[in-house]
Design a protein around this ligand. Structure first.
Ligand SMILES: Nc1nc2c(ncn2[C@@H]2O[C@H](COP(=O)(O)OP(=O)(O)OP(=O)(O)O)[C@@H](O)[C@H]2O)c(=O)[nH]1
Ligand SMILES: [Mg+2]
Length: 360
């Protein structure tokens, strides 16, 4: 899974990239970000897995991961011309919006106004997609005129729908497309078809009132949009947290009234927006979180561990995370009849602890 950090220039994308992935890419007040994108990996923090690891004391604990990609900042009007090809093969876009005040750092978009920037970036992405959709439509119509091809004829109405939406300034992610429709347009990698996470990079002084950011910046109308998430972080404060010893970091978070670093919430928000849930496997050797698509059935989930598990799937022994923690061990959960035996059609839930039975 890959998430692309996108934003206007000097909003703190690379600073945030460093925090999320533990990288040390240099950031500069005035120099523009480098042309080559930065790529890195972030662990998906999972307190439930921490707890399971404390219970099973495994040799190894393995968290889920997401990849982050950081590109150079955009100026208004550039999305169409730059093509943003790196952003076309990510699974979700994270739009980093400047909400910190610092007169010494240039801000090409004018006075601080996160709402304007969110709206302008949406327009940028819509314009970039419009180009692609228009070109595709012309080509399809031409093809159909020349030689009637069934596939082209089936694709035409989907592309038309996308184009009409874009002309109404509606991002494709808000359309009701079937799985079939989505397959037909996958090749064009529309930017507005991807889930969008808006990340407000807050001023340090706003951190104690962090949860008010939606109202403060007038982002209410975005809060209910489909497949769009909003979250806030102060890259400056997170930098500081990351530089502290764990016990000092804890005290610092307590002072700010925060339960966990905002980066942890941010990564989980991105993960949820991708439509992923996690199940766990436990044991003395390894406790592990496995990301799967929400709605996946048990054999499919087994297949993420090993294809043999899917092919030879017999049953899944499932206990919920809460039941397992309450019982204290798998054996105790079984005694309390909390261990269920599920078959091929069972839809795996977030937080299920599973042992797969299979033959090879
Ligand atoms: N005060 C303050 N400064 C920040 C914050 N986040 C980033 N900065 C500073 O803003 C400047 C630009 O940060 P970058 O992370 O390079 O921003 P960027 O969006 O990657 O910039 P480009 O890639 O050039 O578009 C640096 O001097 C950072 O230290 C913040 O939350 N508060
Ligand atoms: Mg940068």
């Amino acid at each position: 899974m890959k998430i692309g950090l996108l934003g206007f220039s000097k909003v703190g994308k690379t600073t945030l990239f460093n925090i999320l992935t533990g990288a040390h890419v240099t950031v500069d007040k005035y120099a523009a970000g480098r042309a080559e994108p930065n790529v890195g990996v972030a662990k998906v923090p999972e307190p439930r897995l921490d707890r399971l690891a404390a219970m099973f004391k495994p040799k190894k604990t393995t968290y889920a991961h997401v990849d982050f990609l950081d590109i150079q900042g955009l100026e208004k009007g550039e999305a169409k011309t730059l093509d943003l090809k790196e952003m076309r093969n990510v699974d979700a876009i994270a739009h980093v919006v400047r909400a910190f005040r610092d007169d010494s750092i240039p801000h090409g978009q004018g006075p601080l106004d996160p709402r304007r920037d969110v709206s302008n970036m949406e327009t940028e992405l819509i314009l970039a997609d419009l180009e692609v959709a228009q070109r595709r439509l012309e080509r399809l119509e031409l093809n159909i005129k020349k030689a009637k091809n069934k596939e082209d004829e089936l694709e035409l109405p989907v592309v038309k729908r996308c184009l009409e939406a874009l002309e109404r300034e509606t991002p494709i992610r808000e359309l009701d497309l079937t799985e079939e429709d989505v397959k037909k347009i996958r090749g064009f990698a529309f930017l507005t078809a991807k889930p969008l996470l808006v990340i407000a990079n807050l001023d340090e002084s706003d951190v104690p009132k962090m949860s008010d950011f939606v109202e403060k910046f007038g982002l209410e109308s975005y809060a209910s949009r489909r497949r769009l998430g909003l979250c806030a972080i102060s890259a400056r404060v997170e930098e500081e947290i990351a530089s502290l010893e764990p016990s000092d970091a804890r005290a610092f978070l307590d002072d700010l009234g925060l339960k966990e670093p905002a980066k942890d919430r941010l990564i989980r928000a991105a993960f949820g927006l991708l439509g992923l849930v996690q199940f766990f496997t436990v044991g003395e050797d390894e406790c592990r979180a496995w990301p799967i698509r929400a709605g996946a059935v048990a054999p499919r989930a087994a297949g993420t561990i090993h294809s043999d598990f899917e092919k030879g799937f017999i049953r899944a022994e499932v206990v919920t995370y809460d039941d397992l923690v309450a019982a204290g061990s798998i054996a105790a959960a079984r005694e309390k009849a909390r261990l269920r035996s599920e078959g091929k059609t069972y839809v795996v839930k977030d937080g299920d602890v599973i042992n797969f039975r299979f033959n090879v």
